[in-house]
Ligand binder design. Structure first.
Ligand code: PMP
Length: 447
């Protein structure tokens, strides 16, 4: 007897899905807040060689000595390949966790390897912390503006993000106090204060020494856990003979802060290795959450980094990155001063970004397609606000292009800004960008 053919699948109920996506009605509610990052949507265009991309935050890997990295990988595979390619511990390789405590000591953090959880980039640490603390409708307080990747995580867990004002010295303590007091009076449950104290992404600002203990103390008094995200902390520019790092928020109250670090900017993002340093009980839950998500971080990546840290001059490498990025920061600031007299911008003391405020009436999001046709790309400020504001701002990343390309990019950008400004002055509203808006930022069904 021949087997009967399988019964045909029930056709999808018309009206439940859409023609573009038959599964539309089946997605979990938490996915409805997800949207493509404006940066990702831009990448395909901005990566074309003729475009000067001041958009993505890609580290300058041509500055990494690839022969040394290749040697490390080669030796690792030959000598310990069977371990490196095997599953590992959910919490992360103990040798690497020990080395991570040494890296953090550079920022005044005293820690024990037991309290470190290695993650797949600090992005995964952001996800894990949010997963174990945030229920739908809980509040996450975050700087205005905030790192777009963190906002995406908070949205995915259906958090309500409330922004708090920043100025040139970082998060404003009085504004934080007022916001937390108001939220408490409204009966809201605030779970996290998310902050990037050093060389802020996207703001380019650094939380002043004076404000650090104040911010930690305000959060402590309101019973709010601080999520300190610090991937750029070692990339300061001010004194290249030594690394003048600010004390981490963690060092003021280790029980009240989860600290996140990463090797993405000080070494290379391709390894996807970051970490969380957390109070002991929190650390246990982070490990459980991580095991259920990924079983364990990559042994290969962790052991490569551990070998690199113990056998290569990693501090020398960080110093050479700082030199490269400082030169690019200077090129950006000079070009802005030369070409953009009507705008203002922050002066980053480290990291990858400067935050530009456009003249009144300009809309960086609407202007973006026009900028790309002029062969320059940036990220509009709206990407960094959970509340739909930020139209007047743009983030410029200077980490990747050479100083000459940066200069050319800013010059092109200034042409676009000036043309828009002329339109605003004549008609009270920008023109070219608005006409093209929508061609670049795909809606949720296209991205
Ligand atoms: N936090 C901030 C502030 C970042 O800028 C980034 C990367 N752009 C991350 C976290 C994530 O970095 P990674 O996952 O590569 O460690």
């Amino acid at each position: 007897m021949t087997a009967s053919p399988p019964a045909p699948q029930e056709p999808l109920t018309p009206g439940r899905g859409t023609r573009l996506d038959p599964w539309y009605a089946s997605y979990a509610e938490r996915t409805h807040g997800m949207k493509a990052s404006e940066i990702r949507a831009l990448f395909s265009v901005a990566n074309r060689p003729e475009v000067v991309s001041l958009a993505g935050g890609m580290p300058y890997l041509a500055g990494l000595p690839m022969e040394i990295v290749a040697e490390v990988t080669d030796r690792l595979l030959r000598e310990r390949g069977a371990v490196a390619l095997q599953y590992g511990s959910g919490q992360g390789d103990v040798a690497l966790r020990e080395q991570i405590t040494t890296v953090m000591a550079e920022e005044g953090i005293t820690s024990h390897p037991d309290d470190v959880v290695v993650t797949t980039g600090s992005q995964q640490a952001l996800d894990l912390v949010t997963r174990i603390f945030v229920d739908p409708g809980d509040v996450v307080v975050a700087e205005a503006p905030s790192y777009v990747g963190a906002l995406g995580v908070f949205r995915a867990y259906q958090a309500d993000v409330v922004h708090v004002e920043m100025d040139d010295d970082g998060l404003v303590p009085e504004a934080l106090e007022a916001t937390l007091t108001r939220l408490a009076a409204e009966g809201r449950r605030v779970k996290l204060l998310y902050t990037v104290p050093n060389f802020h992404n996207p703001g380019g600002t650094t939380l002043s020494l004076e404000r650090r203990p104040q911010v930690v103390e305000i959060a402590r008094r309101h019973g709010v856990l601080v999520l300190e995200d610090n991937p750029y902390g070692l990339l300061g520019f001010d004194d290249l003979t030594e690394n003048p790092v600010m004390p981490a928020l963690h060092s003021y109250n280790p029980q009240g802060v989860v600290y996140l670090g990463s090797f993405s900017k000080t070494f290379a993002p391709g390894y996807r290795v970051g970490w969380a340093l957390a109070p002991h009980a929190v650390r246990e839950r982070l490990v459980l959450a991580s095991e259920s998500a990924i079983l364990c971080p990559s042994n290969m990546s962790q052991m490569s980094i551990a070998t690199y840290l113990s056998t290569c001059d990693w501090r020398g490498q960080v110093k050479s990155y700082r030199e490269v990025y400082r030169e690019r920061r200077d090129a950006t600031l000079h070009a802005l001063a030369e070409h953009m007299p009507h705008a203002t911008w922050t002066r980053p003391a480290g990291g990858f970004y400067t935050w530009v405020t456009l003249p009144e009436g300009l809309d960086a999001q609407a202007m973006l397609p026009r900028a790309v046709t002029e062969l320059v790309a940036y990220v509009p400020g709206t990407a960094f606000y959970a509340d739909g504001t930020g139209h007047r701002y743009m983030r410029l990343s200077y980490c990747y292009p050479t100083p000459e390309r940066i200069h050319e990019g800013v010059r092109r950008l200034a042409n676009v800004v000036n043309a828009e400004l002329d339109l605003v002055r004549m008609f009270g509203t920008g023109g070219a960008g608005t006409r093209l808006a929508g061609t670049l930022n795909p809606g949720p069904n296209q991205a």
